[in-house]
Design a protein around this ligand. Structure first.
Ligand code: NAD
Length: 401
């Protein structure tokens, strides 16, 4: 077998090396010259994962990469234990070289933990959304962060359309009547509407936001609007979707708002009392992006006051006492919240497990990464999606969908 250095120089052209050679700072483990410690923080699947091998995002099925990594001679630690200084995550991060996490059970890689991670070179998000990693701190230590871009964007876009429909048509309380052995059409119909003729707007028109608008075409909405600081590529522009330059202007027009931007310093708490007050009274809000983009008390208050007629969330784990679990509109409905599963259908899991393996494989072989997957690399942002920055991103994550 060729030594790794020789393989690398065969696979990576000089021009690409500067941007994409993730191995350049690589240190080798003491036990075997090429052995790498890979740490994965995944969620516990329990009985469901034992019965369904396609639940790849679980500790039990470990993204389907356990055998491969072990055969290659690498150390693979898989855990769901991630909270507190004595957790497996916080212990193993000290000498892991690759960290794999998912947004569905996020191992929060804070600046403090990054400071303790002596060997960390690559963070792989099995899925989309790397806000659980302190990206600025990763940049300071030249740690690369890559996600499996596009892996679950169809899954989420379909869920958004479903959530819009179930809010607008007042589906959840209608179904609840049935399982409660009840039957009261008027009580449901008094707050049920058609989506046809309504205005829908997306905050963020990247891969998911654009796909939501595409899927809404057939509903004959009054207008399909989008707000984003990144323009659409020319070949994606269409008169069917209208760009609005100011968020508040879009909110004032929308019956339905769907949030499809990453969580970063400019979107954290964006939907607070003030921004929600700019929405049309009685609008519906769908948030499949990240919980922290919406202020928890502002959403609850807006539902109770009638400012919002409904909220559907599909975001990170919420504690048992989270106010959104029991946040209802003035008629006792309008709650479309589910556990964070829209982006983890079995189809999506196959795609993000394969994609995570591909990222790790490329790293181990010294091959360039797919630029679309890179979030930060070489001490800088490679993606334009995590906030507007003065310096131009060095990488090439394509803008738009
Ligand atoms: P993307 O990178 O393709 O698109 C994101 C878009 O948001 C970009 O066009 C970017 O310019 C825009 N944006 C960033 N900040 C903005 C702001 N302040 N205002 C308006 N637009 C802004 O990403 P994507 O694949 O469409 O995913 C978007 C987000 O959805 C992810 O970052 C993640 O947080 C979330 N997500 C959730 C799930 C789930 O299971 N619920 C799954 C996948 C992704």
């Amino acid at each position: 077998m060729l030594p790794l250095q020789a393989v690398r120089s065969r696979l990576v052209s000089a021009s690409h090396r500067q941007l994409y050679n993730l191995n350049k700072n690589r240190t080798f483990s003491t036990t075997s010259s090429n052995m790498v410690k890979v740490l994965a923080v995944l969620y516990k699947g329990g009985q469901a994962a034992k019965e369904e091998a396609r639940l790849l995002g679980t500790i039990e099925n470990s993204l389907g990469i356990s055998e491969w990594l072990k055969k290659e001679g690498h150390e693979f630690i898989v855990t769901d234990d991630k909270e507190g200084p004595d957790s497996q995550f916080q212990n193993h991060i000290a000498d892991a070289e690759i960290l794999v996490t998912t947004p569905f059970h996020p191992g929060y890689l804070t600046a403090d933990l990054i400071g303790k991670a002596k060997n960390l070179k690559l963070c792989v998000t099995a899925g989309v959304g790397s806000d659980h990693i302190d990206l600025d701190a990763a940049n300071k230590k030249n740690i690369t962060v890559a996600e499996v871009s596009g892996s679950n964007v169809v899954s989420v876009a379909e869920h958004v359309v479903m959530s819009i429909l179930l809010l607008v048509r007042n589906f959840v309380p209608a179904h609840e009547q049935i399982v409660a052995d009840d039957w009261n059409v008027a009580q449901i119909a008094r707050n049920a509407f058609d989506l046809e003729g309504k205005t829908v707007g997306t905050v963020g028109c990247g891969r998911i936001g654009y796909r939501v608008l595409e899927r809404l075409r057939g509903f004959n909405c009054k207008e399909l609007l989008w707000f984003d600081y990144t323009d659409l590529p020319e070949d994606k522009k269409t008169p069917d979707f209208k760009r609005v330059d100011k968020l508040e202007d879009m909110l004032a027009k929308c019956d339905v708002v769907t949030i499809n931007c990453p969580l970063h310093e400019k979107t954290r708490g964006l939907f607070n009392d003030e921004i929600i007050s700019k929405m049309k009274k009685g609008a519906w809000l769908v948030n499949t992006a990240r919980g922290a983009i919406c202020d928890r008390n502002a959403v609850k208050k807006a539902l109770e006051s009638g400012q919002l007629n409904g909220y559907a969330g599909d975001v990170q784990p919420a504690p048992k006492d989270h106010p959104w679990r029991h946040a209802f509109n003035t008629l006792g409905g309008g709650n479309g919240m589910v556990p964070h599963y829209s982006g983890t259908t079995l189809d999506a899991q196959a795609r993000y497990a394969n994609g995570a393996k591909d990222i790790i494989q490329r790293y181990l072989a010294g091959k360039e990464q797919d630029p679309a997957n890179l979030i930060v690399i070489d001490g800088d942002y490679a993606s334009k999606a995590y906030g507007q920055r003065e310096k131009k991103p060095t990488g090439q994550k394509p803008a738009g969908p």
